[in-house]
Design a protein around this ligand. Structure first.
Ligand code: FES
Length: 228
């Protein structure tokens, strides 16, 4: 693959064409905040946390879905980026109550969030307890769609989907039927491990004691590639 020169935060790099800015940053130890990104899954640019500034482009772009181009000058830690990261994190908090085992809560600490300036929405969503083993609490869902992508791209079940847009977006099971009635769910628990908040959890474990293993998804994808 052809190498191209770019500059990130003042450091000149020679990188492979076709890579995303996020891939390059992660490979070079440059921290980029993410939420909807998950190693092993295709990126959709849903959360807008990984925004970067590129010289000559007058808007911030998501690092996870933006591929590098030759001679790009990229900045990852400007005051503008930090401001947007804080706003985005606060907006995510405005819909999800963190439970102490939550990537969202870790993110709040990272961006230096002390309070939420936006009104909490608490949209009074349904808690779907119909599945024999798992619970889906839509009140804690930030619609990052990790569960949707892990279910389709890794498990191949296509149980989860998204209905509506914007603030009305909801994760749905099959054709918007109770999860327990799903004809596609294999009860594999991959959605449980990929959920960054407390929205999906197993009934057998008290939610506060749940330990998730998001790395399990990436390892699984790698192992499958090796077997191809
Ligand atoms: S991690 Fe890039 S938009 Fe969410």
């Amino acid at each position: 693959m052809a190498k191209i020169p770019i500059n990130i935060d003042g450091t000149a790099l020679e990188v492979e064409q076709g890579q995303t800015i996020l891939e390059i940053c992660q490979a070079n130890g440059i921290e980029i905040l993410t939420m909807c990104h998950m190693k092993g899954l295709g990126d959709v640019g849903a959360c807008r946390l990984c925004l970067v500034e590129i010289e000559g482009i007058n808007k911030l772009l998501p690092a996870c879905t933006t591929k590098v181009a030759a001679n790009q000058v990229i900045k990852t830690k400007t005051e503008k980026i930090k401001k947007y990261q804080k706003i985005t994190t606060e907006l995510l908090f405005a819909v999800c109550v963190s439970n102490g085992k939550c990537e969202l809560q870790d993110l709040g600490y990272k961006v230096g969030m002390t309070h939420v300036r936006f009104p909490y929405l608490f949209p009074q969503c349904e808690v779907d307890t119909s599945h024999p083993w798992y619970v889906m609490d839509h009140n804690r869902c930030i619609t990052c769609t990790r569960c949707v992508r892990v279910c389709s791209q890794v498990e191949g079940s296509y149980n989860w989907g998204v209905k509506n847009r914007g603030v009305s977006s909801r994760i749905i099971s099959d054709f918007n039927t109770p999860w327990g009635e799903s004809t596609t769910c294999t009860a594999c628990s991959k959605c449980v491990h990929s959920c960054p908040t407390g929205a999906i959890w197993p009934k057998a474990i008290v939610q506060g004691q749940l330990t998730k293993s998001p790395q399990m998804i990436a390892d699984l994808v790698e192992r499958r590639k090796m077997n191809l």
